[in-house]
Ligand binder design. Structure first.
Ligand SMILES: Nc1ncnc2c1ncn2[C@@H]1O[C@H](COP(=O)(O)OP(=O)(O)OP(=O)(O)O)[C@@H](O)[C@H]1O
Ligand SMILES: [Mg+2]
Length: 366
């Protein structure tokens, strides 16, 4: 078991800085997901922890001890990659126990660890097969097995599921959660898939361009995004960001005035009587069809919303709409019968909306 600490980490490649003063704590037994767009520095962060890259400056600690100068093999970290890196000529059993054998583990210990891991991973029937005789999901499980039997202090996962189809990815996600509950090994999991981050992470760390934009549990990140980047990166379809003006008591979007319940004017930002330009954020999921929300007097109303496109998602439908010249998306259930070219009235709970600074993107009320 282990806790991990990254302290003021900078990393440059050929003079180009890709991680800027990264600070991260992972406590013993935690499952932390690093998520962010391609190139933001997720894999680099993992490779620094594993010791496969050297930091340019800063300290990496495992169990409160600096490990900057410790070789990878002494860090007791197991890494699972996107390409499983299995030995093609070894069977499943041999692939799983190879590391243990090389470390000189006893036959009894190897048998015990292999037995437990193959049971948990559902590999018992497949131990004699070669990797080429396995499906993608099964190969991924072998790669997990290899990490598990080593009894490492830390698991590092670098997009381990991105080669799998949607259904298998979903299944493997549940398995990874189950395995973590069983072993409670401190884990850092990298993905650029925000759905994966939200379902797997006990804590989600959102990165962009080599910095941490926000960290918290998935609900905090979803409901209280620190800025426009996090707000639009997490959640699908993306949060609508509209040009608006904030007044003490209401927000003006186009020609519509949406009353505010909360006392924003008592907050810590200045809202002049003549209004302040802001970016107004509403998640597509938080719109309601006004026809089915009549009893909800607490909701704000957006009228004469024009429907440009309707896409069916099964129970829900995704509406591309516009109001006051601004395009947005709304997700409504099957009861909403209105179709393309028609107009509807929508309701929104203003407590679920966000106000962002148009210059910095910062959420004004988080
Ligand atoms: N060995 C290297 N030499 C030079 N530049 C590198 C090297 N490794 C990574 N980089 C650069 O560092 C930045 C971060 O790369 P990294 O692989 O950590 O991104 P990532 O977040 O894992 O992206 P992805 O989601 O595409 O895997 C990128 O701009 C990348 O080009
Ligand atoms: Mg990567």
């Amino acid at each position: 078991m282990a806790n991990i600490r990254l302290k003021n980490i900078y990393k440059s490649f050929d003079g180009l800085e890709v991680l800027h003063n990264l600070d991260l704590k992972v406590v013993d037994g935690e499952f932390v997901v690093l998520v962010g767009p391609s190139g933001c520095g997720k894999s680099t962060t993992l490779r620094l922890i594993a010791g496969l890259e050297e930091v340019t400056s800063g300290e990496i600690q495992i169990n409160d001890r600096a490990v900057n100068d410790l070789e990878p093999r002494y860090r007791n970290i197991a890494m699972v990659f996107q390409n499983y890196a299995l030995y093609p000529h070894k069977n499943v059993r041999e692939n799983i126990v190879f590391g243990l054998q090389r470390a000189g583990a006893s036959r009894e210990l190897i048998a015990e660890r292999l037995g437990k891991a193959s049971k948990i991973l559902g590999l018992e029937e497949l131990l004699d097969r070669r990797p080429s005789q396995l499906s993608g999901g099964q190969r991924q499980r072998v790669a997990m097995g290899r990490a598990i039997v080593r009894d490492a202090d830390v698991f590092l996962f670098d997009e381990p599921l991105s080669n799998l189809d949607a259904k298998l990815r979903y299944q493997m996600r549940s398995e990874i959660i189950r395995i973590h509950r069983e072993y409670r090994t401190t884990s850092i999991y990298v993905t650029h898939d925000q759905t994966e981050a939200m379902t797997l992470g006990e804590r989600v760390v959102v990165m962009r361009d080599g910095i941490i934009e926000q960290q918290g549990n998935p609900m905090e990140i979803y409901l209280k995004p620190a800025n426009i980047f996090v707000a639009t990166f997490i959640g699908s379809p993306s949060m609508n960001i509209l040009d608006a003006r904030l007044f003490p008591g209401w927000v003006e979007v186009g020609e519509q005035r949406l009353p505010l319940k909360r006392k924003v004017d008592q907050g810590h930002i200045l809202i002049p009587e003549h209004g302040r330009d802001i970016k107004f954020g509403i998640r597509p999921d938080f719109f309601l069809d006004a026809r089915f929300s009549k009893s909800r007097v607490d909701l704000a109303r957006i009228e004469n919303v024009r429907i440009d496109l309707v896409e069916s998602l099964g129970f829900d439908r995704e509406f591309s709409i516009h109001a006051g010249g601004q395009a947005m998306k709304a997700r409504l259930d099957l009861r909403t019968m209105a179709g393309e070219g028609e107009t509807i009235d929508l309701c929104v709970d203003m407590d679920m909306t966000h106000f962002f600074d148009p210059d910095t993107g910062r959420n004004l009320f988080v």
